[in-house]
Write a protein that binds this ligand. Structure first.
Ligand SMILES: [Zn+2]
Length: 73
């Protein structure tokens, strides 16, 4: 598994821009899929065009899962 760090660059399809964009990895507050809160400081691929979160790398989904479990107790 590739480990990404803040400032790494990649390319991904942005759902807002509607095409392939260059992205920069940065720490963002990412909402849970269930929409019941956000996970702070998650490494995400951020669209260079619109600033939206385009993708969450696997290493961050693990952190989100842990935060989700902590939230539920
Ligand atoms: Zn975009």
């Amino acid at each position: 598994m590739t480990e990404y760090r803040e400032g790494d660059r990649s390319r991904a399809i942005c759902s807002v821009c509607g095409h392939i964009v260059s992205t920069t990895f940065a720490l963002r507050d990412v909402p849970f899929d269930a929409g019941i809160g956000v996970v702070p400081n998650v490494l995400a691929a951020v669209c260079d065009n619109c600033g939206g979160v385009v993708a969450i790398p696997a290493q961050s989904t693990n952190a989100i899962a842990r935060a989700h479990e902590a939230l539920r107790g």
